[in-house]
Design a protein around this ligand. Structure first.
Ligand SMILES: *Cc1c(COP(=O)(O)O)cnc(C)c1O
Length: 365
């Protein structure tokens, strides 16, 4: 298929799911994080497939993302990590479960749900244990407990927190401190409430590095998509998404000639370049230009020459045996997104989620 496309390999997804599932005790739930279009792939395809495999929960960042899953037929509970009062109508209409992360959001959601005559609407309490991004603080606990005693509108389905550096062995002490403070916060709720919310704190790297912190559920994102934040873990996982493009045209360039906008590249020898129909509008940042990034053609790296254009980029293929119409791999099978993103000091998460909606998604079943 000679066009730019993102191939989504459901067999790889099944492999990664089984690999992570095997790291978690049988009685512990698994939440699949499918925010940002399923880490840039296709959230609905991913969610419907994982639902069949028996995943227990989904997480999205925003309410609209949950609505899209519901409209695709996803029935499993969906946690919305970062709701805003403006989206509360979407949340209730589609039976999504909000994370309540501040007194403002707690009060406004309770009032909204009450006006809609809701009873025991499932909500999740998010605590800040060191990320300092979103969440209640430990000393908000009494305030929350008082409010919970007065209401039958909402019911706490779970209590959770998020780790700062679970992939970083140098931050082990800090992570253990986060786990301890979450344990303490959770204990207060478990002794004060007459029902038992479930607890969760682990993302992919914590599943691997902190088995003692699995609590009642784990939240797997990047690992499901095939990346484990370390070369050892990457070796066990398989990339789900492969960004593939094609050689549109090959040029013979003479010494002194320039390639691309602003004459940013000047040939010093006789060189061959290939023009590829993928650019910064597709998610390949201009930062990859000027020889930093590359594509992989027949197993060999072809560096990007000059500036990345909106719809195209040019690569040096002087020493590569290839022809017009050949496939090129940007990242995925045979070309790790970790390595490519590292050329601009970025991470797999950013490269995966940058693939724009213009790129056709092709699901391999
Ligand atoms: C994105 C996210 C995750 C998933 O993290 P990975 O490192 O991709 O596994 C888990 N929890 C929260 C709160 C998140 O925002």
């Amino acid at each position: 298929m000679g066009v730019t496309r993102l191939e989504i390999d459901l067999k790889a997804l099944k492999h990664n799911y089984s690999y992570l599932r095997a790291k978690v005790a049988d009685n512990i739930k698994m939440m699949a994080v499918v925010k940002a279009f399923g880490y840039g792939s296709d959230a609905c395809e991913i969610a419907l497939f994982l639902e069949k495999l028996g995943v227990d929960y989904f997480a999205v960042a925003y309410a609209d993302e949950g609505e899209i899953l519901r409209k695709a037929g996803v029935k499993t509970p969906i946690l919305v990590l970062h709701p805003q009062p403006d989206n509360f109508n979407i949340i209730i209409e589609h039976c999504l479960e909000p994370s309540l992360y501040s007194a403002r959001v707690f009060k406004e959601f309770s009032a909204f749900a009450k006006a809609q005559q809701q009873k025991n609407y499932p909500v999740h309490l998010k605590f800040n244990t060191g990320l300092n991004r979103l969440g209640f603080w430990e000393n908000d606990t009494d305030w929350i407990l008082e409010r919970l005693k007065e209401t039958t509108t909402i019911k706490v389905a779970s209590i959770f927190s998020h780790l700062v550096a679970s992939e970083d062995p140098k931050e082990r002490e800090f992570t253990q401190h986060q786990i301890a403070s979450f344990t303490k916060i959770a204990a207060t709720f478990l002794t004060s409430l007459d029902y038992t919310p479930f607890l969760h704190q682990s993302n992919t790297s914590a599943i691997i590095n902190y088995p003692e912190a699995q609590f009642d559920m784990v939240r797997a994102g990047i690992g499901l998509y095939g990346y484990g934040n370390s070369p050892e873990e990457d070796a066990h996982l398989q990339p789900v998404a492969s960004l593939i493009s094609v050689i549109s045209q090959i040029h013979a360039i003479e010494p002194g000639e320039s390639v691309g906008y602003n004459r940013a590249y000047k040939a010093t020898h006789y060189e061959k370049t290939a023009t590829i129909p993928i650019g910064h509008a597709d998610g390949i940042s201009r930062a990859y230009g000027q020889g930093k990034g590359y594509v992989t053609i027949n197993g060999q790296k072809a560096p990007i020459v000059g500036n990345v254009c909106m719809d195209m980029l040019m690569v040096n293929i002087t020493d590569i045996d290839c022809k017009e119409g050949d496939d090129v791999v940007v990242f995925g099978k045979g070309a790790s997104a970790v390595d490519l993103s590292a050329t601009i000091h970025s991470i797999s998460y950013e490269l995966l989620t940058a693939v724009s909606q213009r790129v056709k998604r092709v699901v391999l079943r």
